[in-house]
Structure formats: C-alpha cells, structure tokens
Design a protein around this ligand. Sequence first.
Ligand SMILES: Nc1nc2c(ncn2[C@@H]2O[C@H](COP(=O)(O)OP(=O)(O)OP(=O)(O)O)[C@@H](O)[C@H]2O)c(=O)[nH]1
Ligand SMILES: [Mg+2]
Length: 228
Amino acid sequence: MLSQKAFAQEFKLLASAAEVKQFPKETTREIAFAGRSNCGKSSIINALLNNKSCSRTSSSPGRTQTINFFAVGKGLEQRVLVDFPGYGYAKAPLAIISEWQSLVLRYCKERKALTLLCLVIDARRGLTLQDRGFIKKIGKLRYNLLAMITKIDCLSRSHRDGVAKQIQSELDKITTAKATSCLEVSARKRWGIPEARDALMTLSASENATAKLLTIEKNQAQKELSHD
Ligand SMILES: Nc1nc2c(ncn2[C@@H]2O[C@H](COP(=O)(O)OP(=O)(O)OP(=O)(O)O)[C@@H](O)[C@H]2O)c(=O)[nH]1
Ligand SMILES: [Mg+2]
C-alpha cells in the first residue's frame, strides 16, 4: 500500500511555530491533530511516523507548546502532520494557554494547505465539552474531519463496542465538516496504525486541495518575483 511506504520514509521537522510568521510555506497537504491536553496527539503522531520520540510526549498535560510541522513522504504522497498544543487543562499559565489557542484557531481557520483535521479523542472520556467548544469556535470546516479515538487499549473489550458510533453521531450533529469519519487506535499497543495511515492519506487527498495548493504556489512565486 502506497500510504504505508510514504509513512515509513524519513520524516523532517519543518517548524516549531509559536506565531503565525513561523509557519512553514504551504507547499503540500497538511493534516492537523487537535484535542484536549494529554489526550494522546503527539503519541499517535509518533506511532504513525514509526518513531518513538519525534514529537515529545508526557504524562503531564501541556507537553506540546508550539505548533509542530512534520513532513513525510514524497511527491503526491507527501503530507505534513501538524501537532497542536492541547486545549482543556494544560499545566501552563492561562495567558500562555490562550496564546496557544488563538494560534491554533487561526491555523484552523486560515491555513489553506489544511485538508484534514483529526480530532484526537481519549476513548475513556469520549467527546468532551472542550471538544465541542473547539469545533464550535472553528466554525465552518472547509476540510474533512476524522475523529481519532485513541487509548482504546484502556477500555475493556465490552466497553469498546459502540464508542465510535456514539462519537460519530454526536459529531454529525455539531460539525459542518465536508465528511466526518471515525477510527479507533492505540498508540501504546500500535493498534489500528496501518488503517489510520490509509485513512489519513485518502481523506486528505481531495482534488480541491490540489487546486488550492497550486494557487498558493503560484501566489508565492509571484510574491517572490516581486521581491527580487
Ligand atoms: N494507554 C495508553 N496511553 C497513551 C496512549 N497514547 C498516549 N498515551 C499516554 O498519554 C499521555 C499523554 O500523551 P501525549 O501524546 O503527550 O498527549 P498530547 O495530547 O500530545 O498532550 P499535550 O501535548 O500536553 O497536549 C502519555 O503519558 C502517553 O504515554 C495510548 O494509546 N494508550
Ligand atoms: Mg503533545
């Protein structure tokens, strides 16, 4: 499968951004990972990239403090995975948390290269008030939404049944995404990782996105020419 090969290649950290001007150029499709602090965003990115520590993780909420951009794959199969700081209850001063949040919201609203938003959800908690608040704040979604239900290893087999269905139906009621899907994974046990890679590749590959990126590239080239 092509997507497995793309993810198996070396990744490259393009940027760790604390402000918009530190975002990298928009040259390829981006897949962003949002969710509560400590829900497992960085861990799932590490598992997808087959790397234990490309994105630092911690049992203490508030580990990721910048927006981190990781490029993987080549050509049409290139993607940039974007790790956000979490919302909810990060252990950091309120003013700093609110700066992270406005940066994340700006990214979600303005970033043209964003083709898929993964909402990472801790299976034990389900869709929280903070998740609902976040979805509401982003407003109209121009891209696909994937609910990535993680830490599924923490639920007993009988409790796993129905979790995805429940979350999918709750999300359908509150989101305006072009399409919403659900996936169950465990970063710790590496469950569902090949399936998640396939889903990420497919859901982020819209025709529209290609057209948008070509326009971005053209605009960037024009800007660079006018600065010469
Ligand atoms: N059991 C289990 N624990 C997990 C899994 N994924 C992550 N964890 C644990 O959850 C904690 C938080 O993981 P992170 O990946 O740092 O979470 P995050 O969402 O990036 O957190 P912030 O950067 O603080 O927003 C760590 O202690 C991880 O080891 C999983 O699939 N199963
Ligand atoms: Mg993190």
